[in-house]
Design a protein around this ligand. Structure first.
Ligand code: DQQ
Length: 600
């Protein structure tokens, strides 16, 4: 199966696909239920935006935009899966099907809210008979069902409509609702008004009758339509003011998820942002690679906020038809305010450690300029890698000619093949033995005015040539910058050793480039990175999670047992790997729930 499907992931969430003629029994200990479940074939699956993730009565629910009839976008339906650990999943029946006049052309994105008394409710966008966007309500059919399998749509639908200047084609994706100080419910809906991205604010007493507020919660004349807005509190340690609560507003536009942080007054609904969308040089984004239509939820059990996102394919539509599926969900990440108090920090949820198996460690290994070190003993196509580099003579860095520019541009001019002083150094993941195929994730250090700049990059194949870049703003007192990435493979590497890289070349037939630009304002001596790799996806975390880059990679040679992992240094100066820990990753379990086989 894996040979036929080298790009299916092992531990990233995907809808069911492969039919296996085995009967599996899953015993779930949290409820006195034994389910008999069967993996069934559902060829042709498309999955997109995560919708309404929630933690409810000890169970994680994930709904998502899903095309049950084909591998491309269309026939939008809310698919529904549940989990006890956010790793292993049971796929349930669809929660919302587009069959009513107010959603006949699609059940588009939305959110869940847990109402007082523990009653969950879905707010979602329906494409109605005229293809207009309207907002609808649905609630569980039977609250005593621990799995909340069936949902009923409200008789009052649609409960919000595009009137008074709202464009019916730019009006969608209601957020999780929250209560302001007068206990009235608030919700925002993404829109574009006079060409400007807008979060239209509504309030309600009863969750059914909604009144549009005079002013939107926020808008920006620097962007167009805001899709999938998200709005939530974060605790920030104020300068001598103790802990204060700030609010994050995320909007999806330009194929990217941008956020702002600000102060929200629950009495007046006035939201004042620190720096507006597209204003700062940093352009705050969750991820500087492929990462869209994301949504967070409060995990009240573990007291953390968890982030999901749609990771689209970057191959062609005909590739998607051939492989019979498209779309992944990111590995769930915790999200909180970073050390600077100005950026969010993300990290794969701790449960990822449950998936780690074989472990390899490298300590205090010098990587001379121009050398390559193979990391052996783990499965390179299915791995989690943490690496920390130390820079011995950090003062001698190259000058950057211009002021800081777009990190993507900066990096595309300084690819892994271009020799520098410090860097490029980093990892080659999903690399073939002869290095004709590789994904390089690397640091490159420059001095810019009084700052050091570190580029972190990765190379990809010919499908999409986009290079990704991220700035990392580092606390001057910190001596460490961190980065992490996750991968997935099947065989163990057999040999280790240092040898001169011969194939790190921009002319390589298949390569990909990610960039992390780290702005160092202090005496940073070490650089850490975390990479998670899973067959066709690499997620990298830098700067202790303030800069993340996710990319899809479609190796032809470096698949499964033929995927290799290397550390490399293509600069002239030596760097030292102070520590590298890599793990093979186990597969997550996915089950298909079948109603008739549920026994109490
Ligand atoms: N996807 C949904 C919309 C949303 C978009 C439709 C974002 O509701 O705006 O599938 O990817």
């Amino acid at each position: 199966v894996l040979e036929e499907q080298p790009y299916r992931t092992a531990y990233h969430f995907q809808p069911p696909k492969n039919w296996m003629n085995v009967f599996l029994v899953l015993i779930l200990i949290h409820v006195p239920v034994i389910w008999h479940v069967l993996l069934v074939k559902t060829a042709n699956d498309e999955s997109a935006d995560p919708n309404g993730p929630m933690y409810y009565n000890g169970i994680y629910h994930l709904f998502y935009q899903h095309n049950p009839y084909g591998p491309l976008w269309g026939n939008m339906t809310w698919a529904h899966s549940i989990s006890y650990d956010l790793i292993n999943w049971v796929h349930l029946d669809h929660a919302l099907n587009p069959i009513d006049p107010f959603d006949i052309n699609g059940c588009w994105s939305g959110s869940t809210t847990i109402l007082p008394g523990g009653k969950p409710a879905i707010l979602y966008t329906g494409k109605d008979t005229k293809n207009h966007e309207v907002q609808n309500l649905a609630v569980p059919k039977n609250l005593s069902d621990p799995l909340l399998i069936e949902w009923v749509k409200s008789a009052h639908n649609p409960i919000m409509t595009p009137v008074n200047g709202i464009d019916p084609f730019f009006y969608r994706d209601p957020t999780t609702a929250w209560q302001g100080s007068n206990k009235r419910w608030r919700v925002i809906v993404g829109s574009q008004i006079d060409g400007h991205g807008t979060a239209i604010l509504y309030t309600s007493e009863d969750f059914v009758n909604w009144t549009r507020s005079e002013s939107p919660l926020h808008s920006s004349n620097r962007t167009g339509m805001w899709e999938c807005p998200d709005f939530y509190p974060v605790s920030v340690e104020g300068n001598g003011r103790g802990i204060e609560t700030k609010y994050v507003l995320k909007a999806s536009f330009n194929h990217q998820d941008h956020y702002v942080i600000g102060l929200y007054d629950p009495k007046t609904d006035i939201y004042v942002v620190d720096t507006d969308f597209m204003d700062s040089a940093l352009q705050l984004r969750y991820d500087y690679g492929k990462f869209y239509a994301s949504k967070t939820f409060l995990d009240s059990g573990k007291k953390r906020r968890v982030l999901w996102a749609w990771i689209e394919e970057t191959d062609s539509k005909s590739d998607d038809i051939e492989k019979g599926w498209s779309g992944l969900q990111s590995f769930p990440r915790t999200v909180s305010i970073g050390k600077s108090g100005e950026q969010l920090a993300q990290w794969p949820i701790k449960e990822i450690e449950k998936l780690r198996s074989e472990e390899v460690n490298i300590h205090d290994k010098e990587l001379k300029g121009g050398f390559l070190l193979e990391v052996v003993g783990i499965t390179g196509s299915q791995a989690d890698v943490e690496v920390s580099f130390v820079l011995p003579k950090f003062e001698e860095t190259e000058m950057m000619e211009q002021n800081l520019v777009d990190p993507q541009l900066l990096c595309s001019q300084n690819q892994a093949s271009v020799e520098g002083l410090f860097g490029p150094f980093g990892l080659l993941v999903l690399a073939s033995k002869d290095l004709t195929e590789q994904t390089a994730i690397f640091f490159r250090i420059f001095r810019s005015h009084s700052k050091y700049v570190v580029l972190m990059s990765s190379l990809r194949d010919e499908v999409e040539k986009t290079t990704y870049g991220a700035f990392i703003d580092v606390d001057p007192s910190s001596e460490t910058v961190s980065l992490r990435s996750l991968t997935s493979a099947l065989t163990k590497m057999s040999a280790s050793g240092l040898r001169k890289p011969s194939g790190i070349s921009a002319q390589s037939s298949r390569f990909r480039l990610f960039i992390f630009v780290v702005i160092l304002t202090g005496g940073v001596k070490s650089l850490e990175a975390l990479h998670t790799i899973d067959h066709s996806i690499v997620e990298s975390f830098g700067g202790e999670g303030v800069a993340c880059i996710t990319a899809r990679v479609y190796p032809k040679l470096a698949t499964d047992k033929d995927a290799h992992l290397y550390a490399f240094n293509n600069g002239t100066q030596s760097v030292k790997i102070s520590k590298l820990s890599a793990w093979s990753m186990k597969e997550a379990q996915f089950f298909q729930y079948r109603k008739e086989e549920r026994h109490f």
